[in-house]
Design a protein around this ligand. Structure first.
Ligand SMILES: [Zn+2]
Ligand SMILES: [Zn+2]
Length: 381
């Protein structure tokens, strides 16, 4: 990652955006670029790191002021060098939950907003389904890692029956302040307390099950109803199935990103589906009936009228995808692929020659057909 894009541009906010707008913009980006959601976008990881760097700078008023006046150079001279290059994206996400990291409060897991109840972070997962399942509606099972409250200590991190005391390292503020000298004067940095992880309180006897963290990672399995007509890239929100909340706050939500696998038989165009059928050249001329497979594996007979041209499209009304809203269905458009034989047997060749002669005689109204002229021109019999 060697991006030098403007941090405001990276987050998509204006230069006078307030803290809430910056946070909101990063939350949105982080969710979009989460590695679980974006396995098929090779740039997602770099984009995420770029967004994380921008957020780390713009969410800190002093760093932001330095950046506004002196740009990246000013940050570097000030001793601040954001660098997520060596990190795994999931490690950066872990920073959301581990406390003390620059994103500690982003998903509401710990840190900055002490005291009140904090809603748990959202979780994003991907579910892959077949096109036919998207047409019928289906259910998908997803499994993911989520932070849950420790059942033994009910999330407070203390062995049951033992006291919880004010953190002596931070005097209960949950934050540590460090002053450093920079070319621009003194800079005050605030970090979450490394003893209480921003909570301000510590257990005298940490819970033996969770070692005082108050939470543990579990791997729930959730069944998701996927409505008929869903398109690739749409998300389903399942309320309350994200990470556990903090200090009695409600849990976050689960977002299931639906990935509809490509079906080699169909191309989707909104609610319409497009497919192709092969029809031999003589049958395209004479007219015929062909069997067309629909996405739900029914077979429909389609009349190919006499004189159908290559790539002419026939429409089977209502045989496309169901509409996600409302009852109407899209159509199935059938493109006729007129197949001209590449190799002919002797008998077939003679028949085609007769046909060609008769057609050219008829069409050109000459005494001899084009084939006859050709044959004479090339010295044939
Ligand atoms: Zn516990
Ligand atoms: Zn502390």
């Amino acid at each position: 990652m060697s991006s030098t894009r403007d941090y405001y541009e990276v987050l998509g906010v204006s230069r006078d955006a307030d803290d809430a707008a910056i946070k909101k913009a990063f939350r949105r980006l982080a969710r979009e670029l989460h590695p679980d959601v974006n396995r098929h976008d090779p740039d997602a990881e770099d984009k995420f790191k770029e967004a994380a760097e921008a957020y780390e700078v713009l969410s800190d008023s002093e760093r932001r002021a330095t950046y506004d006046r002196y740009g990246r150079e000013g940050l570097r001279s000030g001793g601040y060098a954001p660098n997520f290059e060596g990190f795994d994206v999931s490690d950066i996400f872990q920073a959301f939950f581990g406390g003390g990291g620059p994103f500690a409060d982003l998903f509401g897991m710990s840190g900055a907003s002490r005291g009140g109840a904090v809603q748990g972070g959202d979780v994003a997962v991907t579910a892959e389904i077949e096109l036919a399942d998207a047409a019928r509606g289906t259910s998908a099972e997803v499994s993911y890692e989520a932070v849950a409250l420790c059942e033994h200590c009910h999330g407070n991190g203390a062995e049951p029956g033992t006291p919880i005391e004010t953190c002596s390292r931070c005097q209960g503020t949950g934050q540590l302040r460090a002053v450093s000298r920079t070319p621009f004067g003194q800079v005050m940095r605030t970090t979450a307390c490394d003893v209480c992880h921003g909570d301000g309180r510590v257990a005298r006897d940490p819970c033996k099950v969770c070692r005082g963290r108050g939470r543990r990672v579990e791997r729930p399995r959730v069944k998701v109803d996927v409505p008929a007509g869903i398109a690739d890239g749409q998300r389903i929100r399942i309320s309350g199935r994200g990470h556990a909340g903090d200090r009695g706050g409600p849990p976050g939500d689960l977002y299931v990103l639906i990935h509809v696998r490509d079906d080699p038989r169909f191309v989707r165009d909104g609610d319409d589906l497009v497919t192709a059928v092969d029809v031999s050249a003589p049958l395209a001329a004479l007219g015929t009936v062909v069997d067309v497979e629909t996405v739900t594996e029914e077979r429909v007979e389609v009349e190919i009228p006499a004189g159908t041209q290559p790539h002419e499209t026939l429409v089977i009304r209502g045989a496309g995808m169901p509409s996600l809203r409302g009852r109407r269905h899209g159509d199935l458009r059938v493109v006729v692929n007129v197949v001209v034989p590449r190799h002919l047997g002797r008998e077939q060749r003679e028949l085609f020659e007769q046909l060609a002669d008769s057609m050219s005689a008829h069409n050109l109204r000459t005494e001899e057909g084009v084939f006859g002229k050709l044959r004479r021109a090339f010295g044939g019999h």
